[in-house]
Design a protein around this ligand. Structure first.
Ligand code: TYM
Length: 347
């Protein structure tokens, strides 16, 4: 961290967010990111937010967006994000995100933004008329989310690696154009196991709604019976005779199931593999299905409790937004002044 950034009076800062694109997060979101958030909140000054502005890039129904924003926050809480130890807020409640996003857009090359693979994939599907400028500018808003809090560490899944790299490049660019200490250059925190949970129907692609029409996804808020069915119907590898072992190259399907098993039970992947080796995949799937159902049921009960009192949930989010703003406002002011924007102090 640059010596010109005031010495922090807090533990290193960590920040992350998720889009409220669906009524439920999925197991990939949980294992790749949310579980890490919960583990990291003790040792870091943590900020976790619902990335509602990001989800506007796909033009959601307004009532559905409001509902999903609360549901996403409730799932953070159900997973163990503690609003006493972490700052939990909604992105749009802190206007500074969009403001810093604009400053960063003006520092990003058109070609540089065009090379973002998520943009290329999504815009290819939507066509040029269906693709919004917001989708193009999305990575700069994400960079703003991160830089606005002088974040040191950003826990995300593998699919966010390129966006983080862009954030780091922008941070270094700002420091070299406007002086060291303009922003903190963040590091990614991408875990080795679980950073890319694969789709149950297509184990060579990440678990997501767009892979295999959602059939290979386990949703955290769905009926556990459907999750059981999805796991029992998971596509496994063709070489059944070679048994159960963790080998993502040769056995992507089985390795994915072992990773999920380990994440929901806390057991070591290799212990689980040893237990099922030589017994056939059906036993592994049946026990994993039970373990996932046993994880989902209390998770959903906790989420339902938070959702049953929207006023209380909104109060938690309002408190988080106030605490977030207290950090964001001076950072935005520092960066704005470095850019040469006239401070509004003439009153
Ligand atoms: P989003 O909403 O697509 O996903 C939320 C988090 O879940 C991780 N993830 C996965 N991890 C493992 N396996 C999978 N199959 C899987 N699918 C998703 C993602 O990597 C992510 O960590 N741009 C971000 C949201 C965002 C953000 C930020 C994150 C906006 N601003 C600032 C960090 C910091 C996104 O769309 O994630």
């Amino acid at each position: 961290m640059s010596s010109l950034v005031p010495t922090p009076d807090h533990a290193p800062r960590i920040l992350s967010g998720m889009q409220p694109t669906d009524g439920s997060l999925h197991l990939g979101n949980y294992i790749g990111a949310l579980r890490q958030w919960v583990a990291l909140q003790d040792d870091f000054d943590a900020l976790y937010f619902v990335a509602d502005l990001h989800s506007l890039t796909v033009n959601p129904d307004p009532a559905a967006l409001r509902e999903r924003t609360r549901r996403t926050a409730a799932q953070y809480l159900a997973a163990g994000v503690d609003p006493q130890r972490s700052v939990l807020f909604v992105q749009s409640h802190v206007a500074e995100h969009a403001q810093l996003g604009w400053l960063l857009q003006c520092q990003t090359g058109f070609g540089e933004a065009s090379r973002m693979t998520q943009f290329k994939d999504k815009s290819a599907k939507q066509g040029s008329e269906g693709t919004t400028v917001g989708l193009f500018a999305y990575p700069m808003l994400m960079a703003a989310d991160i830089l606005l809090y002088d974040s040191a560490l950003v826990p995300v899944g593998e699919d966010q690696r390129q966006h983080l790299e862009l954030t780091r490049n922008l941070a270094q660019r700002l420091n070299s154009r406007f002086g060291e200490g303009t922003v903190v250059v963040p590091e990614g925190h991408i875990v080795k196991a679980g950073a890319k949970i694969q789709d149950l129907q297509n184990p060579s692609s990440k678990m997501s709604k767009s892979t295999s029409g959602g059939k290979g996804v386990v949703w955290l808020m769905e009926d556990p019976k459907r999750a059981v069915k999805a796991i029992k119907g998971a596509v496994t590898d063709a070489d059944e005779t070679y048994g159960v072992r963790y080998d993502p190259e040769a056995k992507p399907g089985i390795s994915n199931l072992l990773t999920i098993f380990s994440a929901v039970t806390g057991r070591e992947v290799h212990d689980i593999a040893a237990e099922y080796d030589g017994r056939g995949y059906g036993y592994l799937k049946a026990d994993l299905a039970d373990a996932v159902a046993a994880f989902l049921t209390p998770f959903q009960e906790r989420a339902a409790t938070y959702l049953s009192d929207p006023a209380q949930l909104d109060a938690v989010l309002a408190d988080g937004a106030e605490r977030a703003r207290a950090i964001a406002a001076p950072v935005l002011q520092r960066v704005s002044e470095r850019f040469g924007l006239l401070p509004a102090t003439g009153r």
